[in-house]
Design a protein around this ligand. Structure first.
Ligand SMILES: OC[C@H]1O[C@H](O[C@H]2O[C@H](CO)[C@@H](O)[C@H](O)[C@H]2O)[C@H](O)[C@@H](O)[C@@H]1O
Length: 594
């Protein structure tokens, strides 16, 4: 069986890792025990030989309907068949001692023949484990990993297959539990109790939401998905739950997003803080301070969820890739890039946290001082930009503007919060950057800011300039830039990050890609900022319609085929949804010093 469409997957998660389940009842992606651990189900990036867990009516049809139960991450998938109706309830209880995936088959009506196929393959499909029976449970063991399977339904002698019938009113539990192979057999959770606890957990969490604007249900669903991308033990936030879902069908732009990007995490923090989730923001700040500690000048643009620095990029040649889009990569070489914007984004994010009442600790301010020292010494250098180009470094305009923003927040903090720092020096550098960007990053003939100094092209990140307070919305240069982005980067009304073919292929990569959903939300924000409310709202509604049946958005979208592209669910896109809903409700995410 080939993997499903990207938009056919729903997310399960336990705040340490995540699984993807499709409309046919197949769990095709699961990394254990952490988001960035090797997958034990990797059918998503190959086929069922790389591991998956199917639990569905034997007729093999996709489901009739599915939904999350209320405001939780408990998924209910329902099939109406000729024999009756069956439901599968899937969830991962927020992590206790071990990671569990729980599936409860429920008979709704009639008597439905069901099929279970459990193919565990450790190390991203490369290792077929030994399967043994132990005290009424099955154990799949290989190397460091062990997965235990517990159910009243007996599997065949190979421990991989079962056929059974579910009758109206019956509930049959299946529990899969991970433990390191040297540890004692983990105690399986009680499925029904775990279901109650998991529902209670998510309902309790979302009750902390303080959003009172429009599109309330859509925002709350996006927040639940964002929360599922947080790594509870450390406060880190991953950019997405997957690796190597392609940015172009059949293409090579396939990257691993199961890490913590400071940029993506800071944007997530803005969305969480703006909707009342101060605890998550505090946890992220603590994560950041720990990750950066030691030598803050050696700031990386991304880290492992535990703050690990080394994330070497590798190719997994035994996986054919999603619908043949090879290579499948793990790790991410972008970790070694210089992306100037990140310094500004982190300083901006910490400023926002302070404004939200999260007190500055001495350590947090020390970290900011060190980041500012680095920024002062390096802002004038070319960088790889927020788009992580693998072509030559350039003087990207958005990067310089974010350097300006970082210094601007520092000046404000000293002036208004009584913290110490060389404010006159910072103010001078800030003003120098502003002048330079307006001179070298603006094309007066075209009436637009440009992608980098001297470039003829534009970049969707320029839409963010007014949001960080670099220039006001009513500045003619801002209006001209929004017009140029619309004219040059829109495909069917949605926004590309930049034209890959422009400037001698600025990103240094072969192939092309879809429209970038976060940038499309930024355009809606910009239209709103310019007072073009109707256009902004129409674009936002269009973007909402791109969500799949359970509210998920991936990174990009193919306007020709109407398919989701790139890793999923993607924090960047979900943050865009939350922030634009806030803007259109009159509560814009503007991060300038105030
Ligand atoms: O397109 C090339 C780059 O694509 C990825 O980066 C993108 O995703 C990041 C995580 O969401 C985001 O922070 C960045 O702004 C995006 O451009 C990939 O991770 C890079 O390795 C790759 O060069």
């Amino acid at each position: 069986m080939t993997p499903a469409l990207i938009e056919d997957y729903a997310l399960l998660g336990d705040l340490q890792t995540a699984a993807l389940v499709d409309r046919r009842g197949s769990v095709d992606w699961l990394c254990l025990p952490r988001f960035d651990s090797p997958a034990c189900f990797a059918a998503l990036l190959h086929n069922e030989e790389a591991g998956r867990w199917l639990l569905a009516p034997a007729n093999g049809e996709p489901c009739t309907r599915r939904r999350y139960r209320g405001e939780t991450l408990v998924l209910e998938t329902e099939w109406e068949t000729a024999d009756g109706t069956a439901r599968v309830i899937d969830f991962m209880p927020p992590r206790g001692e071990a990671a569990d995936v729980v599936r409860i088959v429920e008979g709704v009506s009639g008597a439905v023949p069901m099929r279970l196929d459990l193919k565990l393959r450790f190390d991203y499909g490369d290792v077929a484990p030994w399967i043994r029976s132990h005290d009424g449970q099955l154990a799949a063991i290989a190397g460091p990993d062990a997965v235990w399977f517990h159910s009243p339904v007996s599997l065949d002698e190979r421990g991989t297959h079962a056929e059974f019938t579910v009758r109206a009113g019956q509930r049959i539990p299946f529990v899969l539990t991970y433990a390191p192979s040297h540890c004692p057999t983990p105690k399986p959770v009680d499925a029904e109790q775990a279901l109650r606890d998991t529902e209670r957990y998510w309902r309790g969490w979302i009750s902390g939401c303080r959003y009172d604007g429009r599109w309330d249900a859509e925002v709350r669903r996006a927040l639940i998905l964002l929360k599922a991308l947080t790594y509870a033990p450390t406060g880190g936030i991953v950019a997405a739950a997957t690796t190597s879902l392609p940015e172009e069908l059949g293409g090579t732009r396939n990257w691993d997003y199961r890490y913590c990007w400071l940029r993506d995490a800071t944007f997530t923090l803005q969305a969480l803080l703006g909707t009342g989730f101060v605890d998550e923001a505090r946890a992220w700040r603590e994560w950041l301070v720990r990750a950066v500690a030691g030598d803050p000048a050696k700031l990386q643009i991304m880290y492992g969820v535990d703050g690990a620095r080394r994330l070497p990029e590798q190719v997994l040649p035994w996986l054919s890739g999603y619908e043949g889009a090879a290579p499948v990569r793990i790790g991410n070489a972008a970790a070694d890039q210089f992306q100037l914007d990140v310094w500004g984004e982190v300083l901006d994010g910490l400023h926002l946290a302070r404004q939200a009442g999260i007190q500055v600790t001495d350590t947090a301010w020390d970290v900011q001082r060190a980041l500012l020292d680095y920024l002062e010494g390096h802002w004038a250098e070319p960088d790889n930009s927020l788009w992580e180009v693998r072509g030559p470094r350039r003087h990207f305009v958005h990067s310089k503007v974010m350097a300006w923003a970082g210094l601007d927040r520092a000046v404000h903090t000293v002036q208004h919060h009584g913290l110490e720092g060389p404010v006159d020096r910072w103010r001078n550098v800030r003003d120098t950057i502003h002048r330079e960007v307006c001179e070298r990053g603006y094309d007066a003939e075209q009436g637009t800011f440009t992608q980098f100094y001297g470039s003829q092209a534009v970049d969707a990140a320029l839409l963010l300039l007014p949001r960080v307070g670099f220039l006001p919305w009513n500045d003619a240069r801002v209006r001209g830039t929004v017009d140029a982005v619309q004219k040059q980067l829109c495909e069917d009304g949605l926004v590309l990050r930049y034209r890959v073919e422009a400037e001698g292929r600025v990103d240094g990569l072969p192939g092309s890609e879809g429209v970038f959903l976060a940038c499309s939300f930024w355009l809606a924000d910009a239209l709103w900022g310019l007072g073009r409310a109707e256009e902004a709202e129409a674009l936002f509604r269009r973007l909402l319609d791109l969500r799949n049946d359970v509210g998920m958005l991936s990174e990009e979208y193919d306007v020709i085929t109407g398919r989701h592209l790139g890793n999923t669910p993607q924090a960047f896109s979900l943050v865009g949804l939350v922030n634009t809903a806030r803007s259109l409700s009159g509560k814009p995410t503007e991060t300038q010093a105030s």
